[in-house]
Design a protein around this ligand. Structure first.
Ligand code: PGA
Length: 530
């Protein structure tokens, strides 16, 4: 099955109408199967529009409709005869004698079905069949059942269909209980099939359609056996919503993510004294609510810290060897995966930010330390579980001591903390400098840049030294990973223009270096995509 996901109902209708036009251009005497319901209305509007503009000539085609209520007067404004007349037949130039519909007035419904099958055969079979899909997975009026009738037949409508179609009637009791419909086999004899679905109510039916099984309990799943089916959906009918959780030291951000966009974001503050159990409880409650409302079926969690066979141990020790994924998966009944937060951020940038299109990418987050996210062939590379600890590659033998217990780690020279330390030291050593003046009531990551803007040589000197360390570490990583792109993230990356150019110039290998784009949202997005 071919899938086309469109951003709106209009685009879906446009696409399907264009495919019908192509069919008619290729074979002006095509036999086309039409459907009723609210889904194809947009296609019919578009076809009428094409006809008005002389872009479409339907005079040669023969049409067959999928179904009709039974019994019903063909003149009733609830009949599909009326629907087709209003929405299509009166607006384009299909010859009246080539329009075929099942008659809701037929005295002998079985004979009517036989006649219809014969007519389709005599017309040479259907070239292109348009289908909608019921929220219960029906196609035509082939309702979910233990077995399905192959050919055109009289059928009883399911209560779900009566409920769904009651919107076209004054009340539910007026919806006909029976209908005549092409059978699955009749539909399958079509050379080409286009199925359209829009809106949230079709989400489950479309999920079934793309699941691994085929069942008469969801008749559309049988389309997997047809050789030429195109499914055209809007985001609402197709999208999978997943939940991304980005655990930070001060807060936990939770987002419902669809099509690489955060559609809802909630923040849980991590208050002092909060226990692991309390935080998991709060996260689970938010996820349960989002799961219910968005039918989310996957959760990803980005955690700063170590993830190994013993579980998650976060940097702030809020989680200690905690089987976070197992606990939440059990509580919520969906799959939950935990991953290092820097890796999640890299995945988020690669899917929807500055890394779009790069299959091999390194994201370097400069902050208190240096975090790394490695994407290889479009996937996170996590080694045995904790790859990407790039802040701890040794760049100065016997250098400054690091919190990890080693000496000379890269983050001791190229993180924002290191930059602040270097700034403070230079201000102290050169008390008459502009830098010292800028730094007099405290140094942060911006102090050095402010002093440079004021033309301070001392600041420029510190900056050159800092950029040298940054470039040195990146050179090592490029030699190992050979990425297509390097993204720099973290607060300092806001100094974009001041950093990127000198950094690229100082690196001895040529790799595009850019700043990350998604800021705080990359972690949520990446976690949701795990
Ligand atoms: P709808 O119906 O287009 O009105 O949603 C489709 C169907 O039931 O097949």
């Amino acid at each position: 099955m071919k899938l086309i996901v469109c951003e709106s109902y209009e685009k879906m209708s446009e696409k399907a109408a264009e495919m019908i036009r192509e069919q008619v251009l290729k074979k002006p005497d095509s036999v086309i199967g039409f459907a009723t319901g609210s889904t194809p209305v947009g296609i019919y509007n578009r076809l009428a529009d094409m006809y008005d503009k002389s872009e479409l000539d339907m005079s040669g085609i023969t049409s067959f409709n999928l179904d009709e209520y039974y019994p019903i007067s063909n003149d009733s404004d609830k009949s599909y005869h009326y629907f087709m007349e209003q929405n299509l037949f009166s607006r384009v130039n299909i010859s009246r004698d080539k329009i075929n519909m099942l008659s809701g007035e037929a005295e002998d419904p079985l004979e009517e079905c036989r006649r219809y099958e014969k007519r389709i055969e005599e017309a040479g079979g259907i070239d292109l069949q348009i289908l909608g899909i019921g929220r219960n997975g029906h196609i035509g009026f082939n309702e979910p059942d233990k077995d399905l009738e192959a050919n055109t037949h009289l059928t009883e409508l399911s209560s779900d269909t009566i409920e769904a179609n009651s919107r076209f009637f004054e009340n539910k009791s007026l919806v006909p209980t029976h209908a005549l419909t092409m059978g699955i086999s009749t539909i399958f004899r079509s050379k080409k099939i286009i199925l359209l679905a829009n809106g949230r109510s079709k989400l489950n039916a479309i999920r079934e359609l793309f699941s691994d099984h085929i069942t008469t309990e969801s008749p559309a799943t049988m389309l997997k056996l047809h050789h030429d089916v195109t499914i055209i959906c809007d985001y609402e009918a197709y999208s999978e919503t997943s939940i991304g959780i980005d655990i930070g030291g001060m807060s936990v951000k939770i987002g419902a993510v669809e099509n690489f966009k955060i559609i809802e974001k909630r923040i849980i503050d991590v208050v002092p004294g909060m226990t692991e159990k309390e935080l998991i409880g709060a996260m689970t409650a938010v996820c349960a609510d989002m799961k219910e409302r968005y039918k989310a079926n996957k959760i990803g969690i980005g955690v700063p810290g170590i993830i190994d066979e013993n579980g998650v141990t976060s940097a702030n020790l809020l989680f200690k060897q905690c089987k976070l994924d197992e606990i939440m998966s059990k509580a919520l009944g969906v799959s939950v995966k935990a991953e290092n937060d820097a890796n999640c951020a890299a995945l988020g940038e690669q899917a929807a930010g500055a890394g779009k299109g790069a299959a091999n990418m390194l994201m370097v987050t400069l902050g208190t330390g240096i975090g790394g996210g490695i994407i290889i062939n479009g996937r996170i590379y996590s080694g045995k579980g904790n790859a990407g600890e790039i802040g701890h590659i040794g760049i100065v033998p016997e250098g400054k001591p690091c919190g990890c217990g080693k000496r000379g780690c890269w983050e001791r020279y190229a993180s924002v903390s290191a930059l602040i330390e270097m700034t403070e030291q230079a201000a102290e050593e050169c008390p008459d400098s502009i830098l010292a003046e800028t730094a007099w009531n405290g140094v942060n990551g911006k102090t050095l840049f402010k002093a440079m803007d004021m033309g301070c040589d001392t600041a420029k000197h510190v900056f050159d030294e800092y950029i040298g360390y940054l470039a040195y570490g990146l050179d090592i990583l490029v030699s190992v990973l050979d990425p297509e792109l390097i993204l720099i993230a973290g607060g300092i990356s806001r100094e974009n223009e001041k950093i990127i150019k000198p950094l690229s110039e100082r690196m001895s290998v040529t790799v595009p270096v850019k700043t990350a784009e998604l800021r705080g949202d990359a972690g949520i997005l990446g976690a949701a995509l795990l």
